[in-house]
Design a protein around this ligand. Sequence first.
Ligand code: EPU
Length: 432
Amino acid sequence: MDKIVIEGNQPLKGTVRINGAKNSAVALLPAAILADSTVTIDGLPDISDVDTLNSILEDIGATITKDSNQTVHIDPSSIVSIPLPNGKVKKLRASYYLMGAMLGKFKKAVIGLPGGCYLGPRPIDQHIKGFEALGAKVTNEKGAIYLQAEELRGARIYLDVVSVGATINIMLAAVLAKGKTTIENAAKEPEIIDVATLLTNMGAKIKGVGTDVIRIEGVESLHGCVHTIIPDRIEAGTYVIAAAAQGEDVIIDNVIPEHLESLIAKLREMGVNIEQGYEQLRITGPNKLTSVDIKTLVYPGFPTDLQQPFTTLLTKAEGTSIVIDTIYQARIKHIDELRRMNARIKIESGSVIVTGPEKLEGALVKASDLRAGASLVIAGLIADGMTEITGIEHIERGYENMTEKLIQLGANIRKEKMTTNEMEKMNVQLNL
Ligand code: EPU
């Protein structure tokens, strides 16, 4: 087991290059199995969620060859719809995309209920509503979803909740269905456009992605293609926030600035000096930060995935900031850890209230989920003294080489093996 150790207070300076988007990658890989011939995906992030999905695809018969960890060729011609009720599918949330993809391709699938970060209840009722509307019989038996259809027929589907996962999953099932499908109240996240771009390059007929009505005309078959993934707006946003918190002069490279408009607007409101270039952002500091309120919303609103890192930044801002996460109200496990580091934060009626500025102090803390981990890394960067973060397997699910990238920016950060003694001590301290 590894931990991250940070000696805080080092100014960040230099350039950090952003990888392909995790939340695209984990949908593009399942989407590839809908083709009859090889799909090449370029720009994949080198993260454990991608490794797990590649391994699941191999389990069901895909042949995967790699030029590097970033460029993979997926030959889906020998794939079979074997049941996947347990095992690797439980490791990540995005395994639910195998439901749409296998249902679309084979008209049947058995997939265990997905795992991933615990952010409170994460139902998939809208996915199921979509599959049923397309003609599938869906049952939940012993923690696995069984999907079966004689044939899939296009339908008009109104999502009761704007959902990234349901929008993508219904697209995956509908591209090979007979006739026309309309998804109303669809999500508009850039990752959805990326998946639709891949599917279109594979021969699918999809219109309206990026708006809240997506129209899909089913086709007989899909073919291989080459696709380059979009940059990860959440990884980029995390480094932007780190730079706003501790940066002297940081360039974020390979970013689509328009994907981060809500974050950039909030940072400017706080007093952060941020310049927008062609596929780059430059943050210069230090800046005197003032408090702001944020409310997470569906795209293009402020992303829930940046709420936790942003909360850490708010500890440096003068005044009182209020954070409301309307997507995942229970995404607050980082708060206790930030408090251990001296942050003045409280939770009142579902709102997180941060009072600053407060100088954070290094402590022993635990990452409970991916973005909580990112928020604690940023806290360690700005804190006085040494911070040790455990639970870093969560961070490695979604951030490629985070420690290496921060070292390049001048941070004093390293990964270390935990000793048995430390692990025991850790458990005692965290269970107090
Ligand atoms: N929801 C329902 N029913 C459904 C689906 C969703 O009630 O059938 C609710 C959820 O409980 C939540 C809201 O709708 O309150 C939005 O959920 P959504 O389906 O959009 O989220 P998701 O597809 O499960 C993806 C990302 C998350 C990201 C959210 C929101 C992937 C693999 N995950 O999750 O990413 O937070 O969209 O943008 O794409 C992360 O990267 O750290 C992460 C958790």
